[in-house]
Write a protein that binds this ligand. Structure first.
Ligand code: ADP
Ligand code: MG
Length: 419
């Protein structure tokens, strides 16, 4: 086979003239039909890592993805780059018989380069039987952390993937992709897939433009938040709260104090949620007060602050949620209010769960406590948690946190105050 000009292919299919980060190395590994493990933060450009090789390689690439909405978006985008409608398909339970027949025909004729499936569809006997007979270029597992109980989004169906892949074909290259950087989850992914010899590509998770700060949470926390928001008037920000009730209360308190804010949580009807999200994106309001229901897939580049009224249940969640600040590379202030009482509250929430889950939850929470109470560089702490040694300089954000700027004593827990 003659040498493929990857830059030319990138330009041809996607219109980009440069690869982002490690994309080119990853793509080379996949084109060479080797097992490949990709760890890149959200927005790093993971989709292209398997889409381009799928378009180049012979056969159909199977892409396992947990979310139907995500699959649909990707398929629509891929159809836009080709005159061939069948270039990408989703295979799921919403298709009728005629549609399924067409998908299978397109695969058999070699038209389909990417077949998106949810894990539960891949498990179906008739699909396994069909795919066994087809030419499969590789199998990509997006959001691969769903395999691990240590991840933030464990999906039991992901556990069956290994045996299914084996049945579809013996030597299918496996590509696992995730934005979860913890070594524990990474080990789990490879172990569960039974892959020992993957080429691993891990991008840095450092966000040099984010400033990390933790303040003790007192009875005056709402006033502290109002003051912060007022000092940042006109800037976009997200305030995360644990409960829907608190979201409503705090949004109102902010409004009463002259801040343009809207609430967002899963208890609001779909119309109101969409409206509030749009108001935030269109900058009709500065602040959205939200539960963690807000944020997935929201791409507002100029979010200038993310405040946590309540500390989240893991460092990973904290990283994901604060990661929504400063996407444009500009200022992004990440401020968390911490009281040990909130940790106890989170522990209590878990008490009804299976013991194994509680143990994991407890271990994750202990890391949150360590982060909140540390006097070391918060950036260093977060990156260390992700298995990354931070030795960066000013351009890497070395002094962008409270502990580095004002070295101080540990923050003491405040057990007595009513929150
Ligand atoms: P991830 O899955 O890692 O979160 P995505 O695959 O959704 O990231 O990509 C994030 C954004 O980066 C998308 O808008 C995508 O079009 C863009 N992107 C990916 N690769 C490149 C590239 N080489 N040049 C420019 N933009 C890119
Ligand atoms: Mg992705």
């Amino acid at each position: 086979m003659s040498e493929i000009d990857l830059h030319q292919e990138l330009k041809k299919y996607f219109g980009f003239s440069q690869f982002k980060g490690l994309q080119e190395e990853v793509i080379k590994s996949i084109v060479a039909k080797e097992h490949t493990f990709v760890i890149m933060p959200t927005g790093g450009g993971k989709s292209l890592c398997y889409q381009l090789p799928a378009l180049i390689n012979e056969g159909t690439a199977i892409v396992v993805s947990p979310l139907i909405a995500l699959m649909k978006n990707q398929v629509d985008a891929l159809r836009g780059i080709s005159s061939e409608h069948g270039i990408a398909h989703v295979l799921n339970s919403s298709l009728n018989k005629t549609e399924i027949k067409q998908v299978k025909k397109d695969i058999s004729e070699g038209i389909t380069k990417l077949l998106y499936v949810a894990p539960e569809s891949l498990t179906k006997e008739e699909n396994v039987e069909f795919l066994r007979g087809e030419k499969i270029s590789f199998l990509a597992i997006d959001e691969a952390h769903c395999i691990s109980e240590w991840g933030h989004d464990f999906r039991p169906e992901y556990r069956n993937l290994r045996s299914i892949i084996k049945r579809i074909g013996d030597n299918i290259p496996i590509i696992a992709l995730t934005a979860t950087a913890t070594p524990k989850v990474q080990e789990d992914i490879l172990k569960n897939l039974g892959v020992t010899n993957a080429n691993t590509f891990k991008a840095s998770f450092n966000r040099p433009n984010l400033y990390y700060e933790v303040r003790p949470k007192t009875a005056n926390v709402d006033a502290d938040i109002i003051r912060f928001v007022k000092q940042n008037e006109g800037k976009s920000g997200i305030v995360y709260c644990l409960s829907r009730k608190k979201v409503e209360e705090l949004a109102q308190t902010l409004q009463v104090n002259g801040v343009s804010a809207v609430p967002y949580h899963a208890g609001l009807d779909a119309k109101t949620r969409a409206k509030h999200q749009d108001m935030f994106l269109m900058e009709d309001v500065d602040v959205v007060v939200a539960t963690i229901a807000f944020g997935m897939g929201i791409d507002k580049p100029d979010v200038r602050f993310v405040i946590h009224h309540d500390i989240p249940k893991s460092i990973e969640s904290y990283y994901q949620e604060t990661g929504r600040a400063g996407r444009d590379g500009g200022e992004g202030h990440c401020l968390a209010f911490y009281a040990y009482k909130d940790i106890e509250k989170l522990e209590k929430f878990m008490s009804g769960k299976p013991v194994a889950e509680q143990e994991i939850g407890h271990a994750l929470l202990q890391e949150v406590v360590a982060y909140a109470e540390t006097s070391m560089s918060r950036r260093k702490f977060i990156l260390h948690y992700f298995g990354e040694e931070f030795n960066g300089g000013k351009e890497d954000g070395v002094d962008m946190d409270d502990n580095v700027q004002n070295p101080k004593k540990q923050i003491e827990a405040q057990p007595e105050v009513e929150l």
